[in-house]
Design a protein around this ligand. Structure first.
Ligand code: ATP
Length: 332
């Protein structure tokens, strides 16, 4: 990627992007690739470098080395043409605490390049407030807002200019489950209307539920970047749940990859044929079907590549679910 090069297909691209703070490599040699129409989930534990990366994408922090292109233009050199097309919410929204949400958006709007008539801009403010679930008639100063309401107001500000690209750092911070669901649906709707979305999160479930593409940051390094459907595609294994796991394992021999409790993972092409065979042998089969990895397992494997101490990544990027137990190889 040459400085000044234009890359029309790509929405965000970085090459060997690095930010050092003294001896700390907060962001270490990362090549991001975000494409038109993506909902890109940037996943990483607290302190893994997500906010620093987002700040470099927006030209708020200068890289130590490497290059950034946003909407096909080099950053920060092209920030004057790029930033008006980007809506951003980074590290908690700021607002004037003594003004209402509406007045805050009006102030922001007045400082922007949009010179359309005031009545049109007022309507737009009402629209974005409604979109994010805030009452356009609410005159309370934002100091009375909850964290979740402030987060919504920040999102409303990011939406004001109908951006081509939304860059959101932990957008659901401070929201309750219903608020998270509303914001998720809003982002998916915006995406279906053509907005590319780049969002950072430390929540696996959030990324798994709404993203089309995933990047995983582990202590500054991009350890994984791929389409979600590729990561979660069938594994060629069939999961069998049975009250007779030992008998099942004996019958299937080397085809059995993993046994855990009442579940076996078996190398097989056809779950129905496997079921028929087991039932024919008198095995009580409770459940049978293609086995897919979930994002938690994918992240675990990505983190285990070159580092042996990958568990902190998985512990810190949380699923907000307690019922998951990773599969273990059967101990002979
Ligand atoms: P969080 O979710 O907690 O905000 P993060 O993934 O966004 O985490 P960053 O805020 O980018 O991570 O921080 C990455 C690392 O860089 C951390 O170790 C942090 O302490 C360090 N860091 C960030 N900004 C600075 C700075 N201005 N000076 C020194 N170190 C910094």
């Amino acid at each position: 990627m040459k400085p000044g090069a234009v890359n029309p297909g790509s929405v965000i691209r970085t090459r060997a992007l690095t930010k050092r703070y003294g001896g700390l490599r907060a962001v270490d040699d990362i090549d991001l690739d975000v494409r038109e129409g993506d909902v890109y989930g940037f996943l990483g534990a607290n302190g893994s470098g997500k906010t620093t990366t987002v700040r470099m994408l927006l030209g708020l922090v200068l890289p130590t080395s490497g290059a950034v292109e946003v909407l096909g233009q080099p950053m920060p050199a092209a920030r004057r043409t790029v930033l008006p097309q980007v809506g951003a919410l980074v590290e908690g929204p700021g607002s004037y605490a003594h003004l209402s949400g509406r007045a805050n958006l009006a102030l922001l709007d007045a400082s922007g390049p949009d010179r359309s008539p005031r009545s049109i801009r007022r309507t737009r403010i009402g629209e974005v407030l409604e979109q994010v679930g805030l009452d356009p008639a609410d005159r309370r100063p934002t100091r009375a807002y909850s964290l979740g309401m402030r987060q919504r107001l920040g999102l409303a500000a990011a939406l004001m200019r109908r951006p081509r690209l939304l860059v959101l750092d932990e957008p659901t911070n401070g929201l309750d489950p219903q608020g998270i669901q509303e914001i998720r649906l809003l982002l998916l709707r915006l995406n279906s209307l053509g907005t590319t979305i780049f969002l950072s999160s430390h929540l696996l479930a959030e990324i798994e539920q709404m993203c089309t593409r995933v990047g995983v940051l582990d202590r500054g390094r991009l350890v994984l970047q791929e389409q979600l459907d590729v990561l979660l595609r069938p594994t060629g294994l069939v999961a069998v749940r049975t009250a007779d796991p030992s008998r099942c394992a004996v019958l299937l021999g080397d085809a059995v990859e993993v046994v855990e409790g009442d579940r076996l993972l078996v190398r097989a092409d056809d779950p129905a044929a496997l079921n028929a065979y087991l039932v024919g042998q008198g095995v009580r089969v409770a459940e049978v079907g293609p086995y897919r990895r979930d994002l938690e397992q994918v992240v675990l494997e990505a983190g285990s590549g070159e580092r042996s101490d990958h568990q902190p990544l998985l512990r810190a990027v949380s699923r907000e679910r307690s019922d998951h137990r990773p599969l273990r190889r059967a101990v002979p």
